[in-house]
Design a protein around this ligand. Structure first.
Ligand code: GLU
Length: 504
């Protein structure tokens, strides 16, 4: 039987989740679902210095909003818990000690001050990037240089120590990456990374590998920034005698200009969100915009994210989550960075908006605005406007005339389209509308009969009429607008509008 697919999204709660993180979660989710596997979320919170209150809740909320249902995790539970590393902290030391016993790691007693001093000296001596590793460790204070007795005594006295990986020269750490194929690192390039810290917590590297093993993770799908840590992880799997998972390192999401990693600053500069949900920094109080609050439909957001690094190899761009589950493959994820395009993000939302039922949009709109209009009126408005806007809330601004009489009239339009005869035409039309059933069809028929009878052009009647009723020159069918606002209001607007524009 093939090994069951078990993948994990392993964020550190150090701030709001970047959309790159949501994309990592999405690819893990798609891969899991496609293989009838399990999507696990593990919170990697062993770095106490980087803990940010609210960040973990934010992660759970963002995944839920995006529709990525978690199979195992802090809230979903599961047989491999706990799923928060801080709650697993007692189990890591024994693994670090096992590595020491196997000669794959060692205790180091250098204090931070001593290391700083050492680095400074190395730099002065011409070594610009001093590394604690195979070339330097014999000059430092660790269990490879101190006597056994002294090491024992220091440990017994409770002296602070760290445990470091012990790389030896002449080894190559190679692994197959599903996206990058063969990746190789020579041990000489690697430094003796800290695995276990003086505060009694494992580092990311140790906890990540131990947990991936204990949680029976089959595939590690994560961001490119972790590629250079993978040789250390492969070393750890070998040292423990464990089978490593399959690795897949996802490309970076790049700035709209195409160079450099997409950052919050790009979003601020160009006015688009880089976070799924709004985030208020607990320290500075600064608020960063979120896709949810900007009015993005979660399915559109997910569709857009899926295409940041992957493509189906066909022209098709619109995919539901289940369509993505079917179409996704790691082989079709690119190696090169994926350029983020804020206009394309909007485009995806527009496509989803157009296919959302009018009454669903009406329900959403009703939550965002204060109005006396009925649900069925709102639903008609949404139907008339959804082709013309990017977000549901834009309906209330672009289609302001549905909700209130104009308070101003587009000056350019007035200048161009309000002619000498316009007041007469609009007033005569008013009289005929007063005797018409207020349905779009009947109003249109009345209008057409009038312009034919008077032998005037369509625009000569329509544009002045549109101006007095809506204040602007464009929009959906004016007769449909009139039907929604009703006879009394439409006639009132005509009366006020003709006077107001004539006096301009
Ligand atoms: N905790 C790491 C992060 O914040 C996880 C990297 C991994 O998936 O191994 O991205």
């Amino acid at each position: 039987m093939p090994t069951p697919v078990r993948v994990r999204f392993a964020p550190s709660p150090t701030g709001p989740l970047h959309i790159g993180g949501v994309r990592t979660a999405l690819y893990n989710y798609l891969f899991a679902k496609q293989h009838n596997g399990t999507f696990i979320v593990r919170i990697e919170d062993t770095d106490q210095t980087r803990y940010v209150p609210g960040a973990e809740d934010y992660i759970h909320e963002a995944l839920a909003w995006a529709g990525l249902t978690v199979d195992e995790g802090v809230h979903a539970g599961g047989n491999y818990g706990p799923y928060r590393q801080s709650e697993r902290k007692d189990l890591y030391l024994k693994y670090a000690e096992e590595l020491v016993a196997k000669g794959k790691a060692y205790y180091a007693f250098d204090t931070p001050e001593e290391l700083e001093q050492w680095r400074k000296q190395r730099k002065e001596a011409g070594d610009h990037t001093p590394q604690y590793g195979m070339h330097t460790r014999m000059a430092l204070k660790n269990s490879l240089t101190l006597s056994k007795e002294e090491v024992k005594a220091r440990l017994a006295a409770g002296e602070p120590y760290v445990i470091r990986a012990q790389f030896e020269p002449g080894h190559t750490y190679a692994f197959h990456d599903s996206i990058r194929e063969e990746v190789r690192f020579a041990s000489e390039e690697l430094d003796d990374k800290v695995l276990f810290k003086a505060d009694g917590m494992p580092t990311y590297h140790l906890a990540n590998v131990v947990d991936d093993h204990l949680m029976a993770i089959s595939h590690v799908i994560r961001g490119e920034e972790w590629l250079s840590s993978t040789p250390l992880h492969v070393f750890l799997y070998e040292a423990f005698g464990w089978e490593p998972p399959t690795f897949a390192h996802l490309p970076l999401i790049l700035k709209p200009e195409g160079k450099g990693k997409l950052s919050k600053r790009d979003g601020d500069r160009m006015g688009f969100p880089v976070f799924p949900l709004e985030w208020k920094d607990p320290q500075t109080g600064e608020v960063a915009m979120g896709y949810r609050e900007e009015g993005y439909i979660p399915e559109a957001f997910i569709n857009m994210l899926a295409f940041l690094g992957w493509n189906p190899g066909t022209e098709q761009e619109l995919f539901s989550l289940s369509g993505l589950i079917e179409a996704f493959s790691l082989e079709r994820v690119g190696k090169g960075g994926a350029r983020f395009d804020p206009d394309k993000a909007k485009w995806f939302n527009e496509q989803y908006l157009r296919t959302t039922a009018d009454d669903v949009l009406a329900g959403q709109l009703a939550q965002q605005i204060d109005t006396n209009l009925s649900t069925s009126q709102l639903s008609t408005i949404c139907g008339l406007m959804k082709e013309r806007v990017s977000f549901v809330q834009d309906i209330a601004t672009s289609g302001k005339y549905f909700f209130e009489a104009p308070t101003a009239y587009d000056a350019k339009m007035v200048k161009k389209k309000w002619k000498e005869h316009s007041p007469t035409i609009v007033k005569e039309l008013r009289e005929r509308f007063a005797a018409t059933d207020f349905t779009a069809e009947a109003l249109e028929a009345t209008f057409k009969a009038y312009i034919e009878e008077k032998e005037i052009g369509f625009g000569a009647g329509m544009l002045p009429l549109r101006l007095v009723i809506t204040g602007v020159g464009g929009g959906p069918s004016l007769f449909a607008i009139m039907e929604v606002i009703g006879k009394e209001e439409a006639l009132r607007r005509i009366d006020i509008g003709v006077d107001a524009i004539t006096q301009l």
